[in-house]
Each structure stands twice: as C-alpha cells, then as structure tokens.
Design a protein around this ligand. Sequence first.
Ligand code: GLN
Length: 289
Amino acid sequence: MRFKKIAAAALTAVMGFGLAACGSTSGGTASASGSSAATTAAAGATTTAASGSASGSFTTAEKGVLHVATNATFPPYESTTDDGGFTGIDIDLANAIAEKLGLTVTIDNMDFGSIVAAVSGGKSDIGMAGMSVTDERKKSVDFTDTYANSKQVIIVTDDSDIKTPDDLSKAGKIGCQEGTTGYMLCSDTPENGGYGEDHVIAYNNGIIAVQALLSGKVDAVVIDAEPAKEYVAANPGTKILDTAFADEDYAICVSKNNPQLRDAVNKALKELKDDGTVKKIIDKYISAS
Ligand code: GLN
C-alpha cells in the first residue's frame, strides 16, 4: 500500500526531475519554450469558433488546423494503424472537439516527454496523450477539464516473485516510460515511497518497456492501466498485478498563452460529455468491466 499514500506528493515533487532526466527528448526549458510560444502566437492564425458551440476567438499554429501532440504507442488512447494513420480514444475525441471548433486535426506524433514543450512552445496547439494532470506540468501548461480516470499498475512475467507494490523494492530494475507519472513515482527516493532512480530504467515508450520485461532486462513495468491491458494481451507470459495504485485524471494540455483555446476546448468537451459522445468514444475502445 505504500504507493497509495505517496502518489500525489511524489508526482508533483519528482516531475521536474523526471523531465530533466529525459532531457534529450524533452525539447527545451520552460523559459526557452515561453519565448518561442510568443513568436508562434504572433504568427498563428486566429479562428472564431464555427458552430457556435465555442465562443470567442483563439489562435492555432496553422489556420483551420488543430495540431494535436501525442505519443501513439499508448493504446487504447492512441496508437498507429497499419496504413500509417492514428486511432484511439484521444484521436476520436480530438476530432470531435475540432469539429465543434471548426478545425481539422493534424496529429503531431512525438515522444511523450516532448509533448508539454511542444504545446507550451506553440508548435502544437493541444496535447492529448492519456496525460495525467500534475502540479508540476501545470507550471508549464494549462489543463482542460478532465475526461477520463486512470491508475498506475504493475506488469510482471507470469512466474515473477513480485506480487504486490511492496515487492517492487525487491526488483532489481523497474521499467517505465520516460517522462511519465509512473516514472516519477518509481524513481522517487525510498523516503518518499519510491524505489530510487538507480532501480528504474526509462524507455522511450511502454511497448519497449514491456519488451525489456520479456527479455529479462527489467523485473516489472509500471504504467497506466488501460495500455497495460493491451500490452499484456499482446504479450503472452505477462500479467498485471491485482493491486493498482496512484489514481490519476487525464486532461488535455494547452499553452498558457492561449486561454481562449483552452476555454473553447472546455466548452466543446462539456457539450461532448453532456450529449454522451465522450462516454461513447471511451466505450468504443474500452470494454466495460
Ligand atoms: N498518464 C501518464 C502520464 O501522464 C502516462 C501517459 C503516457 O505515457 N502517454 O504521465
């Protein structure tokens, strides 16, 4: 149970460290991205929401387009299709929101650790990536209202000695996706309920982390519940432990320089929640359990 009590504090305390640790792909500091955001906003296109569902004007990086930053290795929220397209809850929801805003979606696929910088710097308009709301991220970007809940789970091999979150302290190595809340939790110090940086390996994405589990490079993978189910289904010999930890909320991140866009997205999101569209999209990808 050690995770339950530390979840919130650890997420906020370690987030900055985690991004710094993965700095090669995170694309710049808050101050650097702040200045590029100003440039982009100046060059950006102003749109007045088309359908009347969202009021006011907002800027987007490209006229008529909603650039959505994501990391498409995270089913059922986002993944690639065989023909090079994108599919998942976030993709469908982005399209539904864009339609209300009179925009078309362009997916900007990148490492998860680069998304906040892409949005705060104005290269992408919003980030939708099963992204959990954290206080640390809130220093760099705004979040919309939440649209889904999640939790962190532990994936192990069928024959593993690791049976509970407490057993993770016995793990030689824990695999996580870089820049994620799972990474932040696990790499925190033992005093704060984590396992220490030395025990955690950050991979570019969850798929690679699960491959590392199968090849014995790590003893467990800590990642969000729904992607974990898909990874386990695709990789016989792996399972998810019964005890989950760290409840989280997913939301869309938007540049702090673009409150009009955040408000328009929130308005669209509320309408899509109220008319049952959000539930319908989630149910399409996640079977009720
Ligand atoms: N929900 C986790 C986070 O926000 C992981 C998201 C992801 O890997 N796409 O850090």
